[in-house]
Every structure is written in C-alpha cells, then in structure tokens.
Design a protein around this ligand. Structure first.
Ligand code: ADP
Ligand code: MG
Ligand code: MG
Length: 251
C-alpha cells in the first residue's frame, strides 16, 4: 500500500537534512509502529507524508497504491486516502463539529469525484459511527474541540478518522502526554477501524499504547532513518533497556 524508498528531506529555510534515507513498506491491513529517541525525525516523516509546508524532499520516493504522493498537494493526498491525526487538535470557536466534519467529508468526496452527501444522509452516517464508537451525540453539536477534554479530543479525532475512511492513517502521539485513559481510547479507535484495506502508521513514545494496539511491526527510527525493524517484542525491549543498545548495535 505505502512504499517509502530512500526518503530524504530538509527544512525549507535550512540546509540540514532531517530524513536521511527512510525505507518503509506497509501492506494493506497492517499496523506499523515507529518508536525512536526524541529528534530522530518521526514527526517529520508524518509531516512529509501528509504534505505539510516547510519540508523539502531532496531524494527518494513515497507511493500510495503505486501513486507518487509527494507530488500531490495535501488535499489530493487526503482524497487519495492519507489521514494525519493532529497531535494538537485545533479549536474552532463558532463552527459546529457536525458542520466541520460534513465539510471535510464532502470536500474529500468532491476530490474523489463522488457526489456530496445530503445532510440527512450525513446525519445518519455520523450518528451511527458516533454510536459505534461510544461518542456522545451531544459532542457533535458543540464547536470543534472548544472546551473538549483531552479524552473528548481523542474521541473526536477517531470519529473524524472513521468518517473520512482513510486508506492510510498516520497517528503521531509522540509528545502529546497521553494519560492511560486517552491511550486506551486511541488504541480502541485503531482496533475498531482496523480493516483489510486500511493501514496504520502509529508513532509513539509509549510502549503501553502498543500493548493495547498490538502492532504487526515495530520500527526504530534514529537520526533520520529506520535502523531496526521487528515485532511487538522490539517495543518491550525498548521499554526495558531504552534505545542505547539498539543504537550501538546499528551504528
Ligand atoms: P521526533 O518527532 O522524532 O522527535 P522531529 O521530526 O520532530 O523528531 O525532529 C527531527 C529533527 O528535525 C530535530 O532535530 C528537530 O529539531 C528538527 N526539526 C523538525 N522540524 C523542524 C522545524 N520546523 N524547525 C526546526 N527544526 C525542525
Ligand atoms: Mg519530538
Ligand atoms: Mg515528534
């Protein structure tokens, strides 16, 4: 599904390389986790994949279902099925959550050449999904993320993901200071949305999150590259011994 080869990037305003040759293949239906020391480039990888401004790809490729996503603008990537969960969800006073999601869903449908959903149809779908994910329907009427608790923001993010039905979900939980309950919400959301035609890239500091998610693969990123790949046992090794041994062994 996703194939990243020798990906290099730098900041627009600086010549220092941040990603220095990332190789990663993700098959449909799989959950991949990326761990790694602070500053190793994990968030940058998610930004480059989702098309955030300010990052320049200097070498390598990233294809989704064979299509080069690096040439697409962020909206095109979203239409192609790339979803990046926001680490710090934005609050949008005055815009109802329901309206916001309907706009996002319809923009995506338009970009995919599909017809817009009528408000009746949209209401039906979002209510069903909210119920499925045990989200209080009341949250749909409130302004986007305004006054939401950390847990509510996480639920909302999962609901957005459920509504947009992405092919590739990228979740960066690195610096968000998830408490145990929020971690459980994220994990439950990922597990509920796992599907044979959907893949996940979960970036995290927390081995505990991976306890609940049970990823198929765990990668360790260091200094702009993936330096080691294994199964869930690799996350346990990191929890126990930190990164020093892995870094020494792969240096
Ligand atoms: P991680 O998510 O693994 O902690 P990041 O991707 O956030 O790592 O950062 C990788 C490196 O790139 C760090 O040295 C960081 O300081 C630098 N970096 C990333 N984005 C920016 C930015 N917008 N401005 C300045 N430095 C950046
Ligand atoms: Mg960091
Ligand atoms: Mg980060």
């Amino acid at each position: 599904m996703l194939e990243i080869k020798n990906l290099h990037c730098k900041l627009e305003e600086e010549d220092k390389a941040i990603l220095k040759g990332v190789d990663l293949t993700i098959e449909a239906g799989k959950v991949h986790a990326i761990m790694g020391p602070n500053g190793s480039g994990k968030s940058t990888l998610s930004y480059v994949l989702s098309g955030r401004d300010g990052y320049v790809v200097t070498d390598g490729s990233a294809t989704l279902e064979g299509e080069n996503i690096l040439d697409m603008d962020p909206e095109e990537r979203a239409a192609a099925g790339v979803f990046l969960a926001f680490q710090y969800p934005v609050e949008i006073p005055g815009v109802g959550n329901m309206t916001f999601m309907r706009t996002a869903v319809n923009a995506q449908r338009k970009a995919r050449g599909q017809e817009e959903m009528s408000s009746a149809e949209f209401l039906k779908v979002i209510r069903a999904k909210a119920k499925e994910m045990q989200i209080d329907a009341d949250m749909l009427k409130r302004p986007v993320n305004v006054g939401f608790s950390g847990g509510e923001k996480k639920r909302n993010e999962i609901l957005q993901m459920a509504m947009l039905e992405p092919r590739l979900c990228i979740m960066d939980e690195t610096d968000s200071g998830l408490d145990v309950d929020a971690m459980k919400l994220v994990a439950d959301g990922v597990n509920a949305l796992r599907a044979p035609d959907r893949a996940f890239l979960v970036i995290t500091h927390y081995q505990r999150l991976l306890d609940h998610i049970a990823p198929d693969f765990v990668h360790i990123m260091a200094d702009g590259r993936i330096v080691k790949t294994g199964g869930p046992e690799l996350a346990l090794e990191v929890e126990k011994n930190g990164y020093a041994d892995i870094l020494a062994e792969t240096a």
